[in-house]
Design a protein around this ligand. Structure first.
Ligand SMILES: NC(=O)c1ccc[n+]([C@@H]2O[C@H](COP(=O)([O-])OP(=O)(O)OC[C@H]3O[C@@H](n4cnc5c(N)ncnc54)[C@H](OP(=O)(O)O)[C@@H]3O)[C@@H](O)[C@H]2O)c1
Length: 297
């Protein structure tokens, strides 16, 4: 950035110097953005964020960040956003953005009432620490909720971070965030289900995970290469009713919980098997009937 560009580029500030705050601030600064100030609950965290960015200062109070920035990212825990936003003095020529997935942008209404633009900027990734966040950002999707002109500014910042951007309409964040669990924590929950089933015939957790991880990687690779329906493999891609019946009989012996979960997932796999062309509607109906009968209490 030359001196003239630097003078007109928006000054970016961060309140909350944790995993996401540091990761985004460092990534934006590396991408040539003007990150000028950071505040956090502890001075140490703010200083750590600022130390890796030329021209960025650790501010003693969140209000200092607001007063000296054009774009303020609030990167505190979800439950702290509302109180923080309500306790600061905002102004018209500022934009304030939170990074929570499930929290509505309306939580920033105290700033909106003062004339500020408000938005959401949610990086769809799990960050265990700030360096993981920085390294993990490229290739991620950032879900952006904002109106023009903030929208294009945030889309530009997503590009700077080498992320893809998707737009979220107002009011859908909890649904958006709930759905993301299917590609994150719930995958682990499903692996744990397999661990428990294998444990029942004597294979330990570590061996099960080692055995299943290559399968999981293969599944992810198939989806990347071929998409959901064509990437589907196994019983429900082919419509193997005989195998399915063996599964149902065995899981009924394990217990109603194990059987119920299996049936729910199997029922939701059938539309993908149909789309893949693995079987016809008549076979799908037979499969559904067996699954529904098996899952009845
Ligand atoms: N981690 C993820 O995987 C992830 C992914 C996407 C989005 N997010 C979202 O990003 C936001 C931040 O999450 P995070 O994982 O970065 O949390 P985090 O690592 O716990 O960091 C939060 C930071 O905010 C500071 N803080 C707490 N309360 C504060 C307050 N009242 N005023 C000022 N600073 C305060 C903390 O204090 P100290 O100063 O004491 O350190 C900490 O540094 C959340 O909205 C979260 O939903 C997280």
């Amino acid at each position: 950035m030359d001196t003239q560009q630097e003078a007109t580029a928006p000054r970016i500030g961060f309140i909350g110097a944790g995993r996401v705050g540091k990761g985004l601030a460092w990534g934006m600064a590396q991408g040539g953005q003007r990150v000028v100030a950071a505040a956090s609950r502890s001075a140490v965290s703010a200083a750590q964020l600022a130390a890796r960015i030329d021209g960025c200062r650790a501010a003693p109070h969140a209000q200092d960040v607001v007063d000296g920035s054009d774009l303020v990212f609030i990167t505190v825990p979800d439950d702290a956003i509302a109180t923080l936003a309500a306790g600061l003095r905002w102004r018209e020529d500022i934009a304030v953005i939170h990074c929570s997935g499930a929290t509505e942008v309306a939580v920033l209404d105290p700033a909106a009432r003062a004339g500020a633009q408000t938005g959401g900027f949610h990086p769809l990734q799990l960050f265990a620490d700030p360096d993981v966040a920085l390294a993990g950002l490229p290739g991620c999707t950032i879900a952006i909720e904002a109106e023009a002109p903030l929208l294009s500014q945030l889309e530009h910042l997503a590009q700077v971070l080498r992320c893809r951007a998707i737009r979220l309409p107002p009011g859908c964040r909890a649904r958006y965030h709930a759905a993301a669990h299917y590609a994150a924590g719930f995958v682990i929950t499903l692996l744990n289900e397999a661990v428990e089933l294998w444990h029942s015939f004597g294979v330990g957790r570590e061996d099960t995970i080692r055995a299943l991880l290559p399968l999981l990687r293969g599944t992810v690779a198939s989806v990347e290469r071929m998409g959901l329906a064509q990437g589907l493999a196994g019983t429900y891609s082919r419509g193997d009713i005989g195998t399915m019946e063996k599964h149902l009989a065995e899981l009924a012996r394990v217990g109603p919980d194990a059987l119920h979960l299996y049936c729910e997932l199997a029922l939701r796999s059938i539309p993908l098997g149909l789309e893949r062309g693995g079987y016809d509607e008549q076979r799908a109906a037979a499969m559904r009937a067996l699954l529904l009968a098996a899952s009845k209490p």
